[in-house]
Design a protein around this ligand. Structure first.
Ligand code: BG6
Length: 512
């Protein structure tokens, strides 16, 4: 692995929750693995009043909670963390920031190389990037000659028009190659392993098409409700929050062709082709292709659960969906006629993200007998989280007389194979993505054209909901698998897999 260039990482929103919970722990892990460059500094930028010292204390609390820390090592790491109080929204609010960067660039000998991480509310993306441009900090300049990169957190726009507007705004200050749009699902180890599973092994790819695959199901279920994020979530909903980004990225990894190289350009070109092939949802009535739901009050294990509309900062008459299930097609040579189903929701029975590839029956079922007298289909189940791994489901002869068949699972779990190997411990998504950005590798970041197509795909749903006020919104009791109507959507293709926390627990649920 090449040594990284020395640089400064600036975090706008440096006093915020994401910085404390995810970014600093991820950087600390890179520090422990000796993967940070020799000269490296973090600068938090925010409105909260911290000095460098008090900021380090604030970050140390986060590290204690979210990492396994040793006092000495964390103190060494925290020495490289600095802070500057700045709103950085107006042109006259930039001087303190420029002074700090100038000093640190000289102290740390970082040669003007800077990453900007925008971990702020989305309303600040435009003013901050504009100010960086105006201060001549967005591109290489005589004062800061090195490279500049900018990482943008989601949500990237709220619909097609706002995302296009944000893209063209950013591109007036930064080149597309400098922009790293983060989708933390792409940083998940198991999501990346989809590419290796498919394109390293010769045994899966020949079957990976409409001739052998019956349908594909992707679930991202969450056990928690919206918690303290009601304000944001109520204007977003599951479609914007999960489908337009995370789930469509998983679809792309499952459906794409093999890239000619494993580089950002080639990988992202293939992702784009998948999005170009998504059948527009306008070709059928939207109501036949999606089901939306909202959790209602219930009792789980004796504990009362609030309805979504009773959550803090949520409108009492809110129509925001906390669950969505969707059926769609990819119109290309490989996938013609294979339905894809995705579903995601809050307050479902467990937190699971998984992809189930269901294969077709054999052409002539000579051996159909199993305990229930039914023929079942082969399945490959890719577990993104938790209990990361891959499971293959196939038929085995039950020992003894006759030819009765039993469904069997071959189960690979990361935890079994890589337990106690600190160097192969699954890195957090943020660790991987921050490292890649430091390395100038944008393969796992989304490109402007793909973001645009992903928005265009979901836009007809947003339009329909806006214009058709009687579009059904089904209630589902918190802690259940969403509205029953979602089962109807998938009826012809068997039941949704009742994904359990532990992958092996769910064996009994996947009968078709
Ligand atoms: C975020 C969404 O992007 O992803 C959250 O805003 C959601 O609402 C989260 O809970 C899910 O991520 P993970 O990694 O917990 O599956």
């Amino acid at each position: 692995m090449n040594a990284l260039d020395n640089h400064i990482l600036v975090i706008f929103g440096g006093s915020g929750d994401l910085t404390k919970r995810k970014l600093i722990p991820a950087l600390y892990d890179l520090f422990l693995k000796k993967l940070l460059p020799q000269h490296f500094a973090v600068v938090g930028v925010g409105r909260s009043e911290y000095s460098d010292e008090t900021y380090r204390t604030h970050l140390a609390e986060g590290l204690k909670k979210h990492s396994v820390v040793s006092e000495n090592e964390s103190a060494d790491f925290l020495q490289s963390c600095h802070y500057v109080v700045s709103a950085f929204q107006e042109e006259d609010q930039t001087q303190a920031f420029i002074d700090k960067i100038t000093k640190l660039d000289s102290d740390y000998k970082t040669e003007g190389n800077i990453i900007y991480y925008l971990s702020t509310p989305p309303s600040l993306y435009k003013p901050i990037s504009k100010n960086l441009g105006t201060c001549k900090l967005s591109r290489s300049s005589s004062e800061f000659p090195g490279w500049k990169r900018i990482i943008i957190e989601k949500p990237f726009g709220t619909d097609t028009t706002s995302a296009q507007d944000l893209n063209s705004h950013l591109q007036s200050y930064f080149e597309e190659e400098q922009i790293y749009r983060i989708d933390h699902y792409l940083g998940k180890e198991t999501a990346q392993n989809i590419l290796i599973t498919r394109f390293y092994n010769s045994i899966f790819e020949p079957l990976w098409n409409r001739n052998y695959i019956h349908h594909i199901e992707i679930t991202a279920s969450e056990q928690e409700g919206v918690g303290s994020r009601g304000g944001y979530y109520d204007s977003a909903g599951a479609l914007r929050d999960m489908v337009q980004n995370h789930m469509l990225q998983l679809v792309a990894l499952i459906a794409m062709e093999s890239p000619t190289n494993f580089n950002a350009h080639a990988i992202r070109n293939e992702i784009l082709k998948v999005f170009e092939s998504l059948r527009p949802l306008t070709m059928e009535p939207i109501e036949r292709q999606i089901v939306r739901g909202q959790y209602t009050e219930s009792t789980i294990d004796g504990e009362e659960q609030k309805a979504y509309t009773q959550e803090k900062n949520v409108a009492q008459d809110s129509k925001t969906e906390t669950f969505i299930a969707l059926k769609f097609f990819i119109d290309n040579w490989r996938w013609g006629g294979v339905p894809f189903f995705i579903r995601t929701g809050k307050h479902l029975p467990s937190r699971v993200s998984e992809i189930v590839i269901t294969f077709k029956h054999v052409p002539h079922p000579a051996f159909v007998k199993n305990a229930s007298g039914q023929q079942f289909k082969n399945q490959l189940i890719i577990r993104i989280q938790p209990d990361e791994g891959i499971q293959l489901r196939f038929g085995m002869k039950i020992p003894g007389l006759g030819f009765d068949v039993d469904p069997t699972h071959m189960n690979f779990k990361y935890a079994d194979k890589y337990a106690n190997h600190s160097e192969t411990n699954i890195p957090s998504a943020y660790e991987r993505l921050l490292f890649d950005c430091m390395n100038g590798d944008a393969s796992l970041f989304t490109r402007a054209d793909a973001v645009d197509l992903a928005w265009k795909f979901v836009q007809p749903i947003l339009d329909e909901w806006e214009h058709n006020t009687s579009f059904p919104l089904y209630g589902y009791p918190a802690g259940t698998w969403g509205p029953e109507k979602a089962d109807e959507l998938k009826k012809l293709y068997g039941k949704w897999r009742q994904a359990c926390k532990n992958s092996t627990d769910s064996q009994t649920y996947c009968e078709l």
